[in-house]
Design a binder for this molecule. Structure first.
Ligand code: ATP
Length: 327
């Protein structure tokens, strides 16, 4: 169902001189959803986000929010707000003044600014550090301030450019849970750029996979992971094999491949590597046609009858787990 607060990209294009960074993409971000723009470095995801924010000129196409093309409005007039990768806090301003900054620019009086900044800081659990300077905060705390600063403008769409990349792995996982919770509480649209598959799977209602300036596949996280439509998506999302069969190329999840006797499988493979991963064991195999295949076995199953490098085994699967790949 479409809503007035959906954000729609229509043939959105970005050229830097001769080079095409975003190639006429179309997409509808549903209001109130958490979307992740996912893709390798240089695929055009930050350019897309910056065009939505108004920090980059649109070369062609439209960005429709609330029924209007916002593509040529100044950033503050779009109904969007952006949280930057490096947080971009003003070093000489206190936490409260950083958060209240955009209200000051709008000429809102001091008491109202401080009250609203206080509410935002409460939302991100930072009210107790309201008087500190950015340099006196940890990376995670700076990120919360940056979030509060973006949210104080009451955007319909919050844009986040690699918001977790500066954090250590432990904090990253904690903050990602908080981002998700915040998005649910606020009920606004979040569009989050990342090159991390795990991050996208953990956060997104919808994943938009970009490659070479285009959208390669978009859909619910589970669908994009389970049913990749192209070889690029299968390989980029990870956890899949791409196998060539007489009928064509297919993706199949590594944990959907079973081992049988060497003469009983659909393919025969020679074990080239074994990696213990805790809950599972990853076997790397070489099958006919030099195809490298990974089979992920539950660890208790592997240890009943451990297999050694050099052994030949049969590989089998249920055809329902094969996903035909386009070009
Ligand atoms: N200001 C610029 N001038 C010229 N080319 C640019 C500029 N910004 C980006 N590009 C080019 O546009 C393409 C897309 O860049 P973009 O930053 O959107 O990709 P990305 O997917 O966000 O990459 P990353 O994950 O590395 O940030 C790249 O080839 C990049 O080199």
């Amino acid at each position: 169902m479409r809503s007035d607060l959906d954000l729609e990209l229509v043939a959105l294009t970005k050229r830097y001189g001769q080079s095409l960074a975003v190639d006429g993409i179309h997409h509808l971000f549903h209001a109130g959803s958490y979307a992740c723009l996912l893709g390798p470095s240089g695929c055009g995801k930050s350019s897309t986000l910056r065009m939505i924010a108004g920090h980059e000129d649109v070369s062609d196409g439209a960005i429709v929010l609330g029924g209007h093309d916002i593509a040529h409005l100044p950033p503050a007039k779009r109904g969007t707000a952006m949280m930057f990768q490096n947080y971009a806090l003003f070093p000489h301003l206190s936490v409260t003044d950083n958060v209240a900054f955009s209200l000051k620019m709008k000429g809102i009086d001091r008491d109202t600014r401080r009250r609203q900044a206080g509410e935002m800081l409460e939302l991100v659990h930072m009210q107790h550090l309201a008087d500190r300077l950015p340099a006196q905060l940890s990376g995670g705390q700076q990120q919360r301030v940056a979030l509060a600063r973006a949210l104080i403008t009451r955007p319909q769409v919050l844009l986040l450019d690699e918001p977790l990349s500066a954090l250590d792995p432990f904090l990253r996982i904690r903050m990602r849970a908080e981002l998700k919770k915040l998005q649910r509480e606020l009920g606004i649209t979040f569009i989050h750029v990342t090159h991390g598959q795990d991050e996208a799977l953990a956060l997104a209602d919808e994943i938009v996979v970009m490659n070479n300036a285009r959208i390669e596949q978009a859909g619910p996280a589970r669908e994009v992971f389970n049913a990749p439509r192209t070889e690029f998506v299968a390989r980029f999302m990870g956890g899949h094999n791409v196998i060539a069969l007489p009928q064509g190329h297919f993706a199949i999840r590594a944990d959907r491949i079973a081992l049988t006797g060497s003469d009983k499988g659909r393919l025969e493979g020679r074990v080239t590597g074994i990696e213990y991963q805790g809950a599972s064991v990853a076997l790397t195999l070489l099958a006919a046609g030099d195809q490298e295949i990974t089979a992920l076995l539950p660890e208790e199953q592997y240890f009943v009858q451990p297999i050694q490098p050099g052994d030949s085994v049969g590989l089998s699967w249920d055809d329902a787990n094969l996903h035909a790949l386009g070009a």
